[in-house]
Design a protein around this ligand. Structure first.
Ligand code: CP
Ligand code: NVA
Length: 299
């Protein structure tokens, strides 16, 4: 049966664990499931990690990645999202897209006859979360019962991380400014996803209290550049710096999906210091992408 990965909740907790196990396997054990096949990688926004890791994951699985800029396909401008999905399904084993509007990747998944992967939308970044969970699991062991703080904007990266963390039985503590937080319906939706729990505060200090992991992201996501000056003021007290990390557990680990802006959401001493695991996290994007693609084409 065709399966897609548009949000974390498209897979069960057990299926996500299987993907993480596949991600940890040596490449040779995966037996080139994409041999002779293509994967379309469509980007409406810039990317370093996602493009590089997806292209290399397709290559490692024996397939051929076709990088395509958003304007070349022109979702609903050059032709409809549905026509693009149906045509490209005839060339490729998987379609992957990074889009502004989440609805576009949802429509691709409905119309395509092959699996669709969300490579980041305004709503979710599930591929990033696979690497985040893989990295935390490698560093901490079993994740159930562990605590993780999200500091800053409750954005696409935060939502996917919170979903997976609750599904894996983790305790999530969100520290976000008023107006950039998760609303009550969203908190209730995520709390029902698994055995984990969710707590939200508008004070970064309260969110990081005793946690095992601290995650953050840029205060200005792609497409929000015009709001930068206003956001920098609003998020001022949400910088992850050394004094904030001291409130977390003594072994607390720092994570950031990157790209990072030192001196804004994170201080240089934290992201470049001993508690930071951002390079492992970024490098795990490749392994997570390979595990996911291997799983999707085996369904
Ligand atoms: N973390 C992440 O998705 O990075 P890119 O935007 O560089 O792909
Ligand atoms: N929240 C960021 C993540 C970048 C990888 C954005 O959407 O731009």
């Amino acid at each position: 049966m065709k399966r897609s990965f548009v949000t974390i909740t498209d897979l069960s907790a057990e299926e996500l664990s299987t993907v993480l196990s596949l991600a940890a396997l040596p490449i040779a054990d995966l037996a080139a499931p994409l041999a002779g096949k293509g994967v379309a990688l469509i980007f409406e926004k810039p990317s370093n990690r996602t493009r590089q890791s997806m292209e290399m994951a397709v290559f490692q699985l024996g397939g051929h990645p076709v990088y395509t800029r958003g304007e070349e396909v022109g979702f609903d401008r050059r032709e409809s999202v549905e026509d693009i999905a149906r045509i490209m399904s005839g060339y490729h084993a998987v379609l992957a897209a990074r889009v502004f509007d989440h609805e576009v990747v949802e429509r691709l998944a409905v119309a395509a006859s092959v699996p669709v992967v969300n490579m980041l939308s305004d709503y979710a970044h599930p591929l990033q979360t696979l690497a985040d969970m893989l990295t935390m699991q490698q560093l901490m062991g079993p994740l159930a019962g562990r605590t993780v703080a999200w500091i800053g904007d409750y954005n696409n990266v935060a939502r996917s991380l919170a979903e997976a963390a609750v599904m894996f039985g983790m305790h999530v503590r969100i520290g976000a400014p008023v107006g950039f937080d998760a609303d009550v319906a969203e908190l209730e939706r995520i709390a029902l996803l698994g055995e984990g729990t969710l707590f939200q505060t508008h004070r970064a200090e309260e969110a990081v209290d005793g946690v095992d992991a601290v995650h953050t992201d840029t205060w200005v996501s792609m497409g929000q550049e015009a709001e930068k000056a206003e956001r920098v003021k609003i998020f001022e007290s949400f910088q992850v710096d050394g004094s904030l990390m001291e409130l977390a557990s003594p072994q607390a680990m720092f994570f950031h999906c990157l790209p990072a802006y030192r001196g804004l959401e994170v201080s240089a001493d934290v992201i470049d210091g001993p508690s930071s695991h951002v390079l492992d996290q970024g490098h795990n994007r490749l392994h997570a992408a390979r595990g996911l693609l291997a799983w999707l084409v085996s369904q």
